[in-house]
Unconditional design. Structure first.
Length: 132
């Protein structure tokens, strides 16, 4: 499954496996993270930087912050090398957050959460197809 990357030094797995956890992961990213990143950070930063350029700057700053969190997730699982996998993950995270940020700025929070949920359906599709 997807979570076999986690080191099992502690004797128990911190991440449960199964469909319930995968569905909760999709709901967590589409509702919780979108509410915090878009409604919280982008709204605050867009209020500080006025106009269309301010919206672009706010979305870019939040996407850069989320990319830093992606690097931190690699450190969490014990992966400390900066190679193509980390670079691709950082680029994907930045592009995804920039996309959902622009959707939030133009269409609102529910549209951004819907886009994020559609993208994160891969967490349900990949195991169903046997890819992880």
């Amino acid at each position: 499954t997807f979570y076999r990357v986690i080191p099992e030094q502690t004797g128990f797995n911190l991440y449960p496996e199964g469909w319930v956890s995968l569905v909760s992961l999709v709901l967590h990213t589409s509702i919780s993270r979108e509410t915090v990143f878009r409604f919280g950070f982008v709204t605050l930063l867009a209020g500080l930087f006025r106009g269309k350029r301010g919206q672009i700057a706010a979305v870019s700053l939040v996407a850069a912050f989320a990319s830093c969190l992606a690097v931190r997730q690699f450190h969490f699982v014990g992966y400390y090398e900066f190679d193509g996998l980390v670079a691709a993950s950082v680029a994907w995270t930045f592009l995804l957050n920039a996309l959902t940020g622009m959707v939030y700025v133009r269409k609102g929070l529910w549209s951004a959460a819907t886009v994020r949920a559609c993208v994160d359906l891969r967490f349900l599709i990949y195991p169903a197809l046997g890819l992880f």
